[in-house]
Design a binder for this molecule. Sequence first.
Ligand code: HGY
Ligand code: MN
Ligand code: MN
Ligand code: MN
Length: 397
Amino acid sequence: MSAVGLLGEIAGVGRGRGGYSRHVFDRAEGELRAWFAERAERIGLDVETDRNGNLWAWWGTPGPDALVTGSHLDSVPGGGAFDGPLGVVSALDAVAALQAEGFRPGKPLAVLVFAEEEGGRFGVPCLGSRLLTGSIDAGKARALRDQDGVTFAEAAARAGFDPERFGRDEVALSRIGTFLELHVEQGRGLVDLGSPVAVGSTVIAHGRWRFSFSGQGNHAGATLMGDRHDPMVPAAAVVAAARRIASKVEGARATVGRLIPRPGGTNVIASTVDLWLDARVTGEDRVRPLVDEIADAAGKAAAEEGCEIRLSEESYGGTVAFDAGLREELRALLGGAPELPTGAGHDAAILSGHTRAGMLYVRNPTGISHAPEEFAEDEDVEHGARALAEALRHLST
Ligand code: HGY
Ligand code: MN
Ligand code: MN
Ligand code: MN
């Protein structure tokens, strides 16, 4: 059961022409949940699903101060094969390797698969870990809607869950002593450092904001330019302002990756446009001012075009620094492995506000993520799984 072999087993599940697309409670993710449960049971782990849809595979009786490792199996639309799955298959490989040498952990150990880490269907990232920790209001989560208007509560109920039970899970949280997530690097830091693995240091502050513009739908050919109230115009102003303003702020990233004009006809001036801004900055206190400046530009463009604008903050997470002691332990254990900050969000960052948490990264030679070019060489994948096994051995004695 090598990590490379396990990746091969799930390769292609949910892959379309433009990469992988697997979201909570959809068919492909459901297939991966079943695959994970079968693979975990094959190495004697006891699999259970918590009230928030997260999957736990226990080596030993669930109990306090457990050592927990894992990641997620959902993806962004058109994503790569490693973001999420690499942490899950490496955890299974590491546990199997420790078992094979007769190692017995001195504390309960679990592999944890979080639900909806990407927020690809319901818009809020790390939904499973935010619910587990109570970092999102359960009522707000239940009401989240996907592109077809299906609520998270409805989707969960169809998948056999009781949405009324969503929310902070004291029992599950009380069991976690340390959480350690292995993840493919999303950037080229390890390539530049010439190291196959690194220890995570920080996660930058980031959030998601929804801009909704409404104007007057009309005929593309019959409406003179001076008579238009086209919501695409202020929407375009957000895209341009995000690039212009964030490029001037040190450590800032601002992205509009999702924009939905309605009704969406080629010969139709849109009635409404919804877009989502993903904004992140290395300095926590600079995220909202960045968004405010972009929103100002949007407001001016909307006023000039005679369109309405509505803005809502859909998710936000502050800067996270992983547990310093754990970082030092891991670096020493891995022969002085380098530390790496990241601009990507992770469940480990959500957990770090509630338990000792840390991350390991595996080199990605392309540095690209959230796209099919995301990659990790077999030897680095195996190196990562061995590093995780060493970490689990060390942390569970
Ligand atoms: O968006 C992120 O940083 C993560 O992939 N959820
Ligand atoms: Mn991701
Ligand atoms: Mn991820
Ligand atoms: Mn016509």
